[in-house]
Design a protein around this ligand. Structure first.
Ligand SMILES: C[S@@+](CC[C@H](N)C(=O)[O-])C[C@H]1O[C@@H](n2cnc3c(N)ncnc32)[C@H](O)[C@@H]1O
Length: 365
């Protein structure tokens, strides 16, 4: 009895699907012929006629997208949708649907809106996603003319450092910690970020003259914008290499250390603001990526957190500067007051950079 009922149900669904397909192809034929009519009338009297076709075709694809979304989630497709006029609005379609959860309603609306937008301007949607999401490491698209120009500014990646956008977990990190921070690790492309570039510092007055620095390649990086992640070899904090100059605290309780000395990405070239005459313009913030992996993001500072009253983001070719924290410097140079010779917002002192300002020399003395 049950199985016969099921059989009838299945047959009904099959018929519904067929009639839906027929209807959709009729609708698209209709809209095509309407489109031709509009074209013809334009040619005859050379006037811009209201394009009714757009509305019809748009609603047809709205229905299409709604059905596509429901089918993918194996949700019943009500007959009422099949019988709906092609001019139906998305809001009305939503009312014809089986009761969806609020979360599902929002997901469906987002899906249809995105699909419609992409149809209007297929290039636009992709571009926005590329610039603002953390999916940047997934994309292997063609470079624009501007990017090529910026690429030529980029320094040569040091041969002794393995480039990667994924963390390398030390075998000694307990598996509970590793899974807490990266349940499903996404394979990231080993490509440079398009938002930043690194190059040798040629300004003799710069405290890190002769080393590398990290610069903004975007026309304007807005306050609060995510730029890239600090990536490296991850160990427990107590196991960190004390001789490395590239260690950043990591983990929700800073129980880990992320060392980019011989493994990592461009974020390893971030310099500290001290003695540059500038305030820090970026900061580290922990974030979870779309798969829930914990990442140490490098973000443009928020206006309210900047010590520079005029701060409004970072301009193209401006150096990104962070604060390493006092303890980083104390462990290397001892007394910080003696080490700092130029304050933010202040000009170069007369006579230029003082002797013995190189932190490596100081550390050895
Ligand atoms: C994480 S690395 C930064 C990138 C480094 N400049 C490079 O070329 O690899 C840290 C090292 O950069 C240099 N550095 C960064 N900020 C500095 C500053 N404000 N003054 C002097 N040296 C700095 C120091 O040599 C420090 O040990």
């Amino acid at each position: 009895m049950k199985s016969q009922f099921k059989k009838q149900q299945k047959q009904k669904e099959k018929q519904n699907r067929k009639s839906r397909k027929r209807k959709l192809s009729q609708q698209s034929d209709n809209s095509q012929s309407k489109q031709q009519n509009v074209e013809v009338s334009k040619k005859i009297d050379n006037r811009v006629v209201e394009n009714t076709t757009t509305n019809d075709a748009a609603s047809t694809s709205v229905i299409n997208h709604v059905i596509q979304w429901l089918e993918k989630r194996k949700k019943p497709i009500p007959d009422r949708i099949d019988q709906a006029p092609s001019s139906i609005e998305l809001e009305q379609i939503m009312r014809l649907l089986p009761p969806l959860k609020e979360r599902e309603r929002r997901a469906l609306l987002r899906f249809v809106e995105k699909a419609m937008k992409q149809k209007e301007d297929p290039g636009k949607e992709k571009k926005i996603e590329f610039q603002d999401s953390d999916g940047e490491y997934d994309i292997d698209s063609k470079h624009s003319h501007d990017e090529e120009k910026l690429n030529s500014k980029r320094g040569t990646w040091p041969a002794n450092v393995e480039f990667s956008n994924s963390y390398r977990w030390d075998a000694s990190v307990p598996s509970e910690i590793k899974t807490k921070y990266s349940k499903t690790v996404r394979k990231r492309a080993a490509t440079f970020s398009r938002k930043v570039y690194f190059k040798k510092i040629t300004d003799e007055n710069h405290p890190a003259f002769g080393e590398f620095g990290l610069y903004c390649s975007l026309k304007h990086a807005k306050p609060g914008q995510w730029l890239l992640d600090y990536v490296g070899h991850v160990t427990m904090g107590e196991d960190q290499n004390k001789k490395s100059d590239y260690v950043s605290d990591f983990g929700e309780n800073s129980e880990l250390a992320c060392d980019a000395d011989t493994y990592g990405n461009e974020a390893r070239f971030l310099n500290d603001f001290r003695n540059t005459g500038r305030h820090p313009n970026v900061e580290f913030n922990l974030r979870r990526d779309k798969n829930g992996e914990l990442r140490q993001g490098v973000y443009v500072k928020q206006k309210k957190d900047s010590k520079d009253a005029e701060f409004d983001g970072i301009k193209q070719h401006e150096e990104l500067l962070v604060s390493y924290g006092k303890s980083y410097w104390r462990s290397r140079v001892g007394n910080l007051t003696d080490f700092v010779w130029r304050l933010p917002g202040h000009p170069m002192p007369e006579g230029g950079k003082p002797p013995m300002n190189d932190i490596h020399e100081r550390a050895q003395s």
